[in-house]
Design a protein around this ligand. Structure first.
Ligand code: PMP
Length: 343
């Protein structure tokens, strides 16, 4: 009989939402594996309670602030985010009595905006500006947190880019989970970066157990990180329709991470994997996951058959229905549409 998850003993009841974060499945990606002769595995982070890998960073940042006496019930958490960290912070915040003020560029998907409002975030949309501009969402959130510090219960700035609690959360959970789920038989790990917390945390955990594990940064077209890894050149050359990844700087969470190589993935290539995973394997994933799986296939081709490559399925496709599954939007970007959706 085919194995079924319910045939195994499920974990015991959790105390609260926080304990339901992490311990996500590691899913064999059949077609990517067959195409390369490798074993390509996707860490199903879209199965976290808030629907993304960022639940882990949100929880780690909140726990760290609590342990340092910076946050107590009634307090406020302020953060600048592409959306997913805001969702994680708001849900964990709701479960512990914190209010969340979320600053987000207005260019991010309507689905994330709607969901943040639905779950009670105090959402402040700002125009998208480069990091060097004082109007950039990160700077706006930092100033807001400073202004609110004196309010009842106090306010913290989560500061996911430079707060090392983020990557520490991944070093302590995501990395060891991958190690255990592969019984240590992992040859390479590849992942795109927003804050770099996922890549750096997992890289530190895996290299600490086996220094031969190859760590490859996956970057969308136009981002500066590919050039940073390849030739120490952070120049930004364009843009991508993917959200939450790509950088014009090296956040503290990425600094010093043991990275061996980088690949750069065009949006059209990422979309091919997103559509293929959905229609042939039933996996509904977002843009960064497409970049990650495309990168895993490239790494597999470089390493040759017989290797195990792990990557991250960061969030779900429904978060980007109005973009990645909208022929009109895709046409405006000169990109292919899902073949089963009529224009
Ligand atoms: N994918 C998605 C969809 C995200 O929202 C983010 C974070 N903004 C990432 C990937 C990147 O994760 P990290 O911040 O850990 O680099």
């Amino acid at each position: 009989m085919e194995s079924h998850p319910h045939a195994t003993v499920p974990p015991p009841a959790t105390a609260d939402l926080a304990e339901a974060i992490g311990n996500t499945p590691l899913i064999h990606l059949r077609r990517a594996s067959e195409a390369t002769g490798c074993n390509i595995l996707g860490k199903a982070e879209f199965m976290n309670p808030g629907g993304s890998v960022k639940d882990r960073a949100a929880l780690a940042i909140i726990q760290d602030a609590e342990q340092n006496g910076l946050l107590a019930p009634g307090g406020t958490i302020v953060e600048g985010t592409a959306g997913n960290t805001g969702i994680g912070l708001t849900l964990v915040g709701n479960s512990r009595g914190y209010r969340c003020v979320i600053v987000m560029p207005e260019t991010q998907s309507q689905e994330k905006i709607d969901f943040l409002r639905m779950i009670g975030a105090d959402l402040r949309l700002v125009p998208a500006k480069p990091f060097r501009d004082p109007g950039n969402y990160v700077h706006v959130s930092r100033r807001l947190a400073a202004e609110m510090r004196g309010e009842k219960g106090g306010a913290i700035w989560a500061n996911q880019f430079d707060n090392l609690a983020n990557r520490e959360g991944h070093r302590a959970t995501t990395g060891p989970e991958i190690w255990h789920q592969t019984a240590g038989a992992v040859d390479a790990f590849t992942c795109s970066c927003g804050t770099g917390g996922t890549l750096a945390g997992v890289a530190l955990a895996l290299k600490g157990r086996n220094p031969a594990v190859k760590i490859v940064l996956a970057d969308p077209e136009g981002s500066g990180l590919y050039g940073w890894v390849k030739s120490n050149d952070l120049t930004v050359t364009g843009s991508s329709i993917t959200e939450g990844i790509g950088q014009s700087r090296v956040p503290a969470n990425l600094e010093g991470a043991p990275i061996d190589d980088a690949v750069r993935i065009p949006d059209a290539e990422a979309l091919e994997y997103i559509y293929d995973l959905l229609i042939h394997e039933g996996l509904s994933v977002g843009g960064s996951s497409g970049i990650n799986v495309a990168a895993a296939v490239r790494v597999a081709k470089t390493l040759g058959p017989g290797h195990t490559i792990v990557t991250v399925l960061c969030d779900g496709g429904s978060r980007y229905q109005s973009k990645l599954f909208n022929p009109e939007f895709l046409r405006s970007k000169n990109l292919p549409s899902p073949p089963w959706i009529n224009a």
